[in-house]
Design a protein around this ligand. Structure first.
Ligand SMILES: [Zn+2]
Length: 166
């Protein structure tokens, strides 16, 4: 049959419409979308003006879009307030989860087991006070909670006593 050709997209035979004797894609919606997409790709690749126009259109759309949501948020403050409160609640939960996960091995990073000099805090009178040399071992928090209800550090024994002023 005269005028039957294969679609460049799906490869099936079709008859060009009389109004469009140069038709290279069949009438299926997918093939027509394919045709338009290929045409745009080709334009993007070869036509600088088209590229510029396309970029400008996208920029304008983004600008308009941003203004639209800004206006929407201004008209719906209760939505934004709820959103903010929910975010704060999520942040709070994340923080407490991190603290709950901390154990002696992480406390180790801050205060390693070892021998320490113990000085009373505060004031400018330290030089006149006695210092204690103490051995501190980091133990598990759960043990410390059961034993003393305190933190993760336990003074094991006093090694000696020295005069800090000397
Ligand atoms: Zn087709």
């Amino acid at each position: 049959m005269c005028g039957v050709r294969r679609c460049l997209s799906c490869g099936e035979r079709f008859s060009p419409r009389p109004q469009n004797p140069g038709q290279r894609y069949c009438g299926k919606q997918a093939c027509q979308q394919d045709r338009r997409r290929r045409w745009q790709d080709e334009k993007q690749r070869t036509d600088a003006d088209y590229r510029d126009n396309h970029r400008r259109a996208q920029r304008d759309w983004t600008k308009k879009h941003g203004a639209y949501w800004r206006a929407w948020r201004e008209k719906h403050p209760e939505y934004c307030e709820r959103n903010r409160a929910q975010q704060e609640e999520r942040n709070r939960r994340r923080r407490s989860a991190v603290i709950a996960k901390m154990d002696a091995s992480e406390a180790d990073l801050c205060v390693p087991s070892g021998v320490y000099r113990l000085l009373p805090a505060g004031g400018g009178v330290i030089a006149k006070m006695d210092a204690w040399t103490v051995k501190i071992d980091v133990i598990a928090r759960s043990y410390a909670d059961g034993a003393s209800g305190g933190g993760g550090l336990q003074r094991l024994d006093v090694m000696g006593r020295e005069d800090a002023g000397g």
